[in-house]
Ligand binder design. Structure first.
Ligand code: CUA
Length: 332
């Protein structure tokens, strides 16, 4: 019975691994970059599979044919076989050419810069969240990067503290985010969607909580998003609760770390000018809803170990937190 359970569990895990929608898979590429790497992987996989089959077949034949048999003399070893030696030198060399040429070609194809009219995005890794700046659009946002479908994007990646690695598997990558250095990646997304990604370089206590999303939008949706994000100074707090939340914000340490355009100048934490329009918070690990915002404000380190956003001293009262949540949610 335990054995049956073991096999059922194994089968269930295997089958569940095959299901879509492949949240973080390089094997289902959705950009020109992703496809180039995927083609290369498939090519090399089949070469490796061919080598594996030939080598294992020879091994099995030799093991059976020359195995020890009672009463028979040991098989005679062969010393020096020119044809064989030339063959096993040439064959791998030829195979390596078939591996190396597409590899080098793909490296050059994916290392080039995007065309001059590409959308430029500057990505900065922070412990433990991502900052995105669109220098040509005057936008600064966090964790959720928006790009239009079908248009080349030039991403410039760096870090504000330690080494991180920017990786949205379906779109291509990954690229290290190194302080004082800029790495680039260029891609053109070819399907609208919400692509998850992840910091891919160990960067401290909450490395695993440093996720990201790339939202590939239809052109009209992207233009609408740009309009919202460019909206200049934050929307005035509407409703008495949000207005009180703004007062709480202005009298708390929040403003020392967060920018809300026209309200506060902090630059240590994510820019909150339009935080209400984002789907997630805290390095894309929690949905951006009242409950999560409230517990995040009350005690961020318990939700994200090592978080630079500490517990406030003295702590905010529940009504103050509720007002703050209403204010942040009004910042569309
Ligand atoms: Cu940032 Cu791992």
């Amino acid at each position: 019975m335990p054995r049956l359970r073991f096999w059922l569990l194994t089968a269930a895990l295997t089958i569940s691994g095959c299901g879509g929608p492949y949240p973080q898979s390089t094997l289902h590429p959705r950009s020109d970059f992703g496809r180039a790497v995927d083609h290369l992987f498939t090519d090399i996989f089949w070469w490796a599979a061919g080598v594996f089959v030939v080598v294992e077949a020879l091994l099995v034949i030799v093991l059976i044919r020359f195995r020890h048999r009672e009463g028979r003399p040991a098989p005679k070893p062969t010393h020096g076989h020119t044809v064989l030696e030339i063959a096993w030198t040439l064959a791998p060399a030829v195979i390596l050419v078939f591996v190396a040429v597409p590899t080098v070609r793909t490296i050059f194809a994916t290392a080039g810069d995007a065309p001059a009219d590409a959308l430029r995005v500057e990505v900065t890794g922070h412990q433990w969240w991502w900052e995105y700046k669109y220098p040509d659009l005057g936008i600064t946002t966090a964790n959720e990067m928006h790009v239009p479908v079908g248009r080349p994007v030039q991403v410039a990646i760096t870090s504000a503290d330690v080494i991180h690695s920017f990786w949205a598997p379906a779109l291509g990558g990954k690229r290290d985010a190194i302080p004082g250095h800029v790495n680039r990646i260029a891609f053109r997304a070819d399907a609208v969607g919400d692509y998850s990604g992840q910091c891919a370089e160990f960067c401290g206590a909450s490395h695993a909580n440093m996720r990201l999303r790339v939202l590939v939008d239809a052109d009209s949706v992207f233009q609408a998003w740009v309009k919202t994000e460019q909206g200049g100074p934050a929307a005035p707090a509407t409703g008495s609760l949000a207005a009180r939340g703004k007062e709480v914000f202005l009298h708390s340490p929040c403003l020392a770390c967060h920018t809300i355009q026209g309200v506060s100048p902090g630059v240590i934490g994510p820019n909150l000018t339009h935080v209400g329009s984002r789907g997630t918070i805290a390095g894309a690990i929690f949905p951006n809803d009242s409950a999560h915002l409230a517990s995040w404000i009350a005690d961020a380190p318990s939700l994200k170990p090592g978080s630079l956003m500490t517990r406030m001293k003295p702590p905010l009262t529940d009504p103050d937190i509720a007002a703050l949540v209403a204010y942040l949610q009004s910042l569309k």
